[in-house]
Design a protein around this ligand. Structure first.
Ligand code: TRP
Length: 339
């Protein structure tokens, strides 16, 4: 039997961080053998809020590919491709754009908060058509490949919900072409940033990157938010909202040992510095093999070229098959006139 299909991806805005790993990358690795995977590098999406920065996109695309390879995504099993290199995505976006109202787009909470970050307002007229509408393009990213599952971070759930609505609407108007994909979110998917204030994010400058050196990890962890009520190491410590323990929960390989440490911390029997030192060790043990692989892959530009060219070609092939069905369903395949 054919494998089920998985699709997900990232924006090429720079190197990926631990928040990406916990939210989505770890699930990709887990599902890679079982599913036929498509991984999209969403370069069109950079245009929504960073249109002045397209010059950096080629470098960022390369960083994303290197991050993917170094955490163990395998182009022999999976398809890596670039959004703008698959024209069928733009074509499908055109059809989908007729199925969504402006009011519905404005209700998407992720759009609202992303707009705020770049000081536009999704309720006013200073947001571009492409920004407000990018969930439609994302629905095309997903549905063109007919996936069963879409592993994403929590912030992407509104987009998957909208994708499902679009699929339903299309199917009800033109007959069943699309199946409804399911979002998969990992347990502790919303990794906070080092400051503990919000999620880990490049723009908030509170991230640990998969490619950070051992020294950078050490420096960053030392600044991490812990328990502000605690003055001395003998004061009872709190775990709630404590970034260092949240990271240990996500990355410590031995949960029993971690439980003991938590008990001691809550009793005031262990200081913040000791806990931070442990976290540095845990993170560096996790990151070291990733760093080594990343360096190896970075040397082999020919290999990167090869896998991306092949991936984009495969994505166009799969996409063209779906588009033939779409054009036929809409009656825009013009038998007798075209083809
Ligand atoms: N919006 C996603 C992000 O910002 C990237 C993305 C684009 C994506 N197309 C997708 C994710 C399709 C999952 C499926 O990270």
């Amino acid at each position: 039997m054919a494998k089920k299909i998985l699709l997900t991806g990232d924006r090429p805005t720079g190197k990926l961080h631990l928040g990406h790993y916990v939210g989505s990358l770890a699930n990709r690795v887990k599902f890679q053998k079982e599913y036929d995977c498509f991984f999209i590098i969403a370069d069109y999406q950079v245009l929504t809020d960073h249109i002045q920065d397209t010059k950096q996109v080629p470098q960022n695309v390369e960083e994303v590919i290197l991050d993917w390879l170094s955490i163990g995504l395998d182009p022999k099993q999976s398809t890596f491709f670039i959004q703008s290199a698959v024209p069928q995505l733009a074509e499908l976006t055109m059809y989908f754009s007729m199925l969504v109202t402006i009011a519905r787009l404005r209700r998407n909470p992720t759009i609202k908060s992303e707009a705020q970050n770049v000081r536009v307002d999704s309720d006013k007229d200073n947001i571009t058509y492409g920004f407000l509408g990018y969930p439609i393009s994302q629905a095309a990213d997903i549905l063109l490949f007919q996936p069963d599952i879409v592993p994403v971070g929590e912030d992407q759930l509104p987009h998957i919900e909208q994708t499902r609505e679009i699929a339903e609407k299309f199917n009800s108007l033109f007959g069943k072409v699309f199946k409804l994909p399911k979002a998969i979110v990992s347990e502790n998917s919303r990794l906070p940033g080092l400051d503990g204030k919000s999620k880990m994010s490049k723009s908030l400058n509170n991230a640990i990157y998969l490619s950070d050196s051992a020294d950078e990890v050490k420096k960053k962890v030392m600044t991490a938010f812990t328990d502000p009520t605690r003055i001395r190491a003998t004061d009872p410590g709190h775990l709630q909202g404590n970034v260092v323990f949240t990271y240990l929960d996500a990355f410590h390989p031995d949960s029993k040992e971690l439980d003991l440490l938590k008990e001691r911390y809550q009793k005031g029997a262990v200081g913040d510095v000791e806990v931070k030192k442990l976290l540095i060790e845990v993170l560096n043990n996790f990151l070291e093999p990733i760093r080594i692989k990343r360096k190896e892959f970075a040397k082999d530009k020919k290999y990167l070229h090869k896998i991306i060219t092949a991936g984009c070609e495969k994505a166009r092939g799969v996409g063209e098959k779906t588009m033939q069905e779409v054009r036929r369903a809409v009656h825009y395949d013009y038998p007798g006139l075209l083809g």
